[in-house]
Ligand binder design. Structure first.
Ligand code: BG6
Length: 370
């Protein structure tokens, strides 16, 4: 079943490109416009939506956080992302104009299921982004957008995460299309870029795995890791930290790079590994410069810096002890490639420590109790 791969996780990481490609398949008409046939909510209702609330747990919630940057930018409506278990028990404000988007690989996570039941009782529409046909969450939703990542067996989610981002982006672009918040050409341009992502992810898998493995070998005895990122790099940092925690049992914390000086920098000591997601250096954006100054600060305190940066970024070379390169791509799409070396890194660390990467201790693939 593993088709020659040492683990399901290894196989599934290598299916990231396919998961992205398949999730895009069949979602466009001959003119290149987005058609989401499974979203059976009338366009008039969708047009009236003035707020999106994403509910999810774990990795799926980080896919929601990534999508928030894109959807707010494209559609100009507020997007909130909340852990399903927190959402359910705080009497959230929901109206018929709120669209609740439940993201779940299994479609069986009880916390997420309870959250959508609550949302529907309050009169909100619910759309599920799910990888499992006919699971409880899509069954109890008004609409569903399936990710086509294929069955995910390893407990730690990998290919489902990239597919969830793609599905949520398609939803955002669809909203932009029906609400008219973007020009058709702009939408088509982003779709073109999305279509090129499988190739870029493949490039990372083909060219960066050795560096990732060497870095993991070097860092195998580290007791803790800090992950930092800004903008879309922030949820990528959270996901990288979660992966390493889940399967390599290493204490990790992911945080927003801007928070560094408001607390986490106190943890940085000589030899402390810090993983940084660096935004594109093209045009030397403010975003890029701010993240680079964060690297300088931790470096000055002796941190061992591992950075994910765009090919040819001169600052990455200057301040990093190890670099995982990303091919050039637009900022909003960069999480699809940036998470890949972090998935490989967590897997390599767990393998080197002799752990079962597919079945980490204390965790279940889907948690069907509250
Ligand atoms: C956790 C799994 O229990 O549930 C995570 O270990 C997963 O990998 C989370 O991200 C959410 O699961 P699902 O199926 O709702 O996406």
């Amino acid at each position: 079943e593993k088709g020659g791969w040492p683990s399901f996780m290894d196989k599934e990481i290598h299916e990231d490109p396919e998961a992205v490609a398949n999730t895009l398949l069949g979602r466009f008409d001959a003119k290149g416009d987005i058609v989401l046939d499974e979203v059976r909510i009338e366009p008039e209702v969708l047009r009236s939506i003035d707020r999106i609330v994403v509910v999810a747990c774990g990795t799926a919630s980080y896919a929601g956080l990534v999508a928030r940057y894109a959807i707010e930018h494209w559609v100009r409506i507020p997007v909130e992302v909340e852990l399903a278990h927190e959402f359910r028990y705080r009497d959230p404000i929901l109206t018929p104009r709120t669209l609740v988007v439940a993201i779940s690989q299994s479609g069986e996570t009880m916390d997420t299921l309870m959250a959508i039941r609550h949302a529907r009782e309050q009169g909100s529409r619910v759309l599920a982004i799910c990888n499992t046909q006919g699971a409880s969450i899509p069954r109890e939703s008004d609409a569903v957008l399936y990710t086509h990542a294929g069955p995910e067996i390893a407990v730690a989610s990998t290919k489902a995460f990239v597919a969830q981002i793609v599905a949520a982006y398609l939803l955002g672009l669809y909203f932009a299309q029906i609400k008219g918040t973007m020009f058709r050409d702009e939408i088509h341009h982003i779709v073109q870029q999305l279509r090129s992502m499988p190739e870029k992810i493949q490039w990372v898998l083909d060219t960066q795995a050795d560096t990732v493995n060497r870095t993991a070998t070097h860092m195998v005895n580290a007791r803790s890791f800090l992950f930092l990122g800004r903008h879309v790099g922030y949820p990528v940092a959270l996901e990288g930290a979660l992966k390493l925690k889940e399967i390599a049992y290493t204490f990790t914390e992911g945080f927003a790079a801007g928070e560094l000086k408001h607390g986490p920098i106190a943890l940085v000591d000589a030899g402390e590994p810090v993983v940084v997601i660096v935004p594109s250096s093209r045009g030397r954006s403010t975003l890029h410069n701010k993240v680079v100054s964060g690297i300088e600060e931790v470096k000055a305190r002796g941190a061992y810096t591992i950075v994910v940066a765009e090919e040819g970024d001169p600052d990455a070379e200057r301040y990093a002890d190890a670099v995982f390169w990303r091919p050039v791509c637009s900022t909003l799409l960069s999480p699809l490639v940036d998470v890949v070396p972090l998935q490989l890194f967590a897997m390599d660390m767990a393998m080197l420590k002799g752990y079962d990467v597919d079945k980490p201790r204390n965790l279940a693939k889907s948690v069907t109790v509250e």
